[in-house]
Ligand binder design. Structure first.
Ligand code: BG6
Length: 489
């Protein structure tokens, strides 16, 4: 589209998210020639918070350069041509004339092209979403082209707050103008889940309680809250990772085949399966906190104000059940933690054991594993006869059918999830964004648990040492259910 003008407006441009994720992703898309040629990128910021940034040169030198230079594969020309797209405008949402000035700026960039398309990326704290959207809608809305708004979690702390946020956005925007981002949806192997299950029709049949003993969805980070304690402490790991990222993964593992591959059909099917998930019972959850969390200076400041030590979990295991025929009786065991022994996100489908009197006797359980990160891979642990002259049919060992994506497709780099999502928004592609009913359902599943943990019992998290597997009680919960632990492979 060479005729029209595109503006990609990043609000909160001098903040953390923008400099670490949004701009580097835009830069990668720019290098990959995936941005419209006639698109400007406008960093917008409140001068109150970033006094050191007053113009585009400051913004570039102090905020962006370092992060863009860290990206792979650029030459000087790329940086220079990216810089040409870039503008910087200061806006204060409580001063409407500054928003009007932003609109004027965008119009002048568009010159007299027939249509102006605008993306507004709200890299802002959520309490500013409604105010930002109201201002933009009234004072900075393109009249000739489309307008799209990107928002990211946290969408409230519970279902009620999320619904309030949805309502306040609905006053100004159509659902199709809102792109709720969950970057896990754009990870290469999360995108592959539908293909794995429904393009490989025979394999898809294995995803059924006839065959599956349990499904494990595990997120482990080796680092702690590093610099984000102020945000994290108010939310905890259940809200930070489970209720959104891991629920999206679970949904794609568990849903039925959609009627078509269109965005609305896929999301309809996701909502259907979400509705079949029982709220998590507090007895099916163990929470933990790594030793040393309380020593973080930000946490200490919060503790002093609050008068007692933080009870925010940095680790949780929760077991979920689905009330439908396909997954009847199959536990979905979700685990998420920071400060653990490894950095890894993995889906592990453990199949049922053969009974001891079966043809090959007792053998280890087979597993289908989807390693979302790092080193994206899908592998299937199956039994094979040991090779060799003297080996009998019974000499069976578990072995691995392995699809390593980097090797197979000779990937130079796996694109950041944010790149795909930003590209999707510009294309108006909404498959990989969260619809409001998905959000409602995900909160329904977690709200009662969070209420019990936080309001009634004030449950104190189990401590675990940094770099461990997490608290012992979590393993005990899983063992109690009769399932095999696994060590990292
Ligand atoms: C974010 C969480 O949404 O996801 C962080 O707020 C977490 O706490 C991050 O570290 C993990 O994302 P990724 O892509 O690094 O696995």
């Amino acid at each position: 589209d060479k005729e029209n003008h595109y503006a990609f407006v990043v609000l909160g441009a001098a903040g953390d998210l923008a400099k670490k994720k949004t701009f580097p992703s835009l830069f990668q898309l720019h290098m990959g020639r995936l941005l419209p040629g006639n698109m400007h990128i406008i960093g917008v910021d409140n001068p109150q918070f970033h006094k050191d940034v007053t113009n585009v040169t400051d913004f570039w030198d102090q905020r962006l350069r370092e992060h863009l230079e860290k990206q792979k594969g650029w030459v000087n020309e790329d940086l220079e041509s990216f810089k040409e797209r870039l503008h910087y405008v200061q806006v204060q949402l409580d001063q409407p004339d500054t928003v009007v000035a932003l609109d004027r700026h965008l119009r002048s960039l568009a010159e007299d092209r027939p249509k102006e398309h605008r993306v507004f990326y709200l890299a802002l704290p959520p309490f500013l979403f409604a105010k930002a959207v109201e201002n933009l809608r009234e004072r900075c809305w393109s009249q000739s082209g489309w307008n799209r708004v990107i928002v990211e979690k946290p969408f409230g702390k519970n279902g009620t707050q999320a619904a309030e946020l949805t309502d306040s956005l609905k006053k100004y925007l159509d659902e199709k103008e809102i792109f709720r981002m969950d970057h896990y949806l754009a990870k290469t192997l999360v995108l592959n889940l539908l293909t794995l299950r429904f393009a490989n029709r025979e394999l898809g049949h294995l995803f059924h309680c006839h065959h599956v003993a349990n499904v494990r969805i595990t997120f482990k980070e080796a680092i702690g809250v590093e610099g984000r304690a102020g945000y994290f402490d108010g939310y905890g790991i259940i809200r930070d990772i489970m209720q959104n990222h891991l629920m999206q993964v679970l949904t794609l593992v568990a849903m039925e085949a959609p009627a078509t591959l269109e965005a609305e059909d896929v999301r309809d099917e996701k909502v259907k399966v979400l509705k079949q998930i029982r709220p998590i019972a507090p007895r099916d959850c163990v929470i933990g906190q790594y030793e040393g969390y309380q020593l973080d200076p930000d946490i200490q400041a919060i503790n002093r104000k609050r008068g007692y030590p933080s009870r925010s979990p940095t680790f949780a295991v929760a077991v979920m059940y689905l009330d439908n025929e396909r997954w009847s009786g199959v536990p979905f065991i979700m685990k998420a933690g920071k400060g653990l022994e490894v950095h890894q996100t993995i889906v592990r489908i453990q199949f049922k054991k053969a009974p001891p009197n079966s043809l090959f006797g007792e053998q280890p359980q087979n597993e289908l594993v989807i390693r979302i990160q790092p080193n994206e891979a899908i592998y299937y642990k199956i039994l094979a006869k040991m090779p060799g002259l003297t080996q009998q049919a019974r000499d069976v060992e578990q072995t691995v059918l392995d699809l390593d994506l980097k090797k197979r497709f000779e990937l130079r780099r796996t694109p950041e999830a944010y790149e795909k999502l930003i590209h999707d928004v510009i294309q108006g592609e909404s498959h990989n964004f969260v619809r409001k009913d998905e959000l409602e359902q995900a909160w329904r599943i977690f709200d009662p648990l969070l209420t019990t943990l936080e309001e009634e019992e004030k449950r104190v998290p189990e401590t675990y040492s940094l770099g461990s597997r997490g608290p012992l009680k979590a393993d005990m919960l899983i063992d109690r259910m009769g399932f095999r632990r696994y060590t990292v492979t």
